[in-house]
Design a protein. Structure first.
Length: 338
């Protein structure tokens, strides 16, 4: 058995730590040849690898590859071949060569590799939105005002000793909050389990998820999306962006959210009518904790930036060392035992 890994630096810009994780996993089974290409390398796989006809397991991470060149790999049994960082499809002629040769070609079955990272980030955004953590962090850098716990006037519910939340919006603890989630997949189900563990009242809508996706996470299954939004204190649409989910959360649903609701966006913003979200945020009707936006990067003059009712991060949720390593692990697990 001969195992070869070839990685292009263009791949590692998008998925750092992934190639090295592949290397360590295969190395634990025995000998493995690992090649990290130089930037601009144009030689194709059969030119890069000596005696390609003896390779039985191949991981090609955006290395130059052609259908004709792949015919040189006459002993190949299993392979991961990535030609684009996010699109796991390969050219039809290359697919045909591999199919005719009986090569087992492995692809990701889901995006579960970053499910934990995104869902934990969603929990962090929720906590930051509830407690205004980023806002107060910024404010104490520039002013001592945040240290003044005496209320202005006679309204201690606005500002009292060590009370920094904004009662105009959903605030305080996760415990007891009505959290309503769109989705019950890799990310949404994890998030549901986190907030349920903290004591929230959790309901989720997902017409495609199996029953265990709900009850194992402590979420009540809601059968009607329009009902899901009616009593939400925290609303978290957590579905991937597909042609079917684009605009799924319509303006009508956004306008139906109760005043003060905290909206958490951590998968893709365009599953929502962002015009409606922007309008309600700017009118101080709802608050927002978002890692994803309708415009990326957000222009420095964007009205969402720096608002008292917005927590924002630059599309970081899915990228941790662990999610990059898990990317490799989920493909490695499909290879036959050595």
């Amino acid at each position: 058995m001969r195992t070869v890994i070839v990685v292009n630096p263009a791949f590692e810009i998008v998925w750092p730590w992934t190639a090295d994780r592949f290397h360590s996993l295969f190395a634990a089974q025995g000998a493995v040849e690992f090649t990290r290409l130089e930037r601009g390398e144009s030689r194709t796989l059969e030119q890069l690898i000596e005696e390609p006809g003896s390779v039985t397991r191949l991981v090609s991470l955006m290395a130059p590859v052609t259908a004709d060149g792949m015919r040189e790999f006459s002993s190949l049994k299993e392979a991961v071949i990535i030609t684009q960082p996010y699109d796991h499809t390969i050219p039809e002629d290359l697919q045909q060569v591999l199919t005719e040769a009986g090569v087992k070609l492995y692809r990701h079955k889901s995006e579960g590799y970053w499910g934990q990272s995104v869902s934990e980030f969603g929990l962090a955004l929720t906590l930051c939105g509830l407690r205004r953590i980023p806002q107060t962090h910024h404010e104490i850098i520039t002013s001592l005002q945040e240290w003044d716990y005496e209320p202005a006037g006679d309204n201690p519910k606005r500002r009292g000793h060590q009370f920094g939340d904004n009662p105009d919006f959903t605030s305080g603890t996760v415990e007891g909050k009505r959290i309503r989630i769109v989705g019950a997949g890799n990310i949404a189900s994890r998030y549901a389990s986190f907030v349920h563990m903290l004591g929230a009242d959790v309901a989720a809508w997902d017409p495609f998820a199996a029953e265990p996706s709900f009850h194992r996470t402590g979420a009540r299954k809601e059968w009607h999306l329009d009902r899901l939004v009616q009593d939400a204190e925290i609303f978290a649409p957590m579905v991937p962006l597909t042609p079917q989910t684009q605009g799924l959360i319509t303006a009508e649903l956004i306008y139906a959210l109760p005043k003060g609701c905290l909206v958490v966006l951590v998968t893709r913003a365009d599953v929502c009518d962002m015009k409606a979200i922007r309008e309600r945020v700017l009118k101080d009707e709802i608050s927002l904790a978002a890692d994803v936006f309708d415009i990326e990067p957000l222009p420095l003059a964007d009205e969402l930036l720096g608002r008292h009712n917005v927590v924002h991060t630059p599309h970081n949720a899915g990228r941790t060392i662990q999610s990059n390593e898990r990317w490799a692990e989920q493909l490695f697990q499909q290879f036959l035992p050595a």
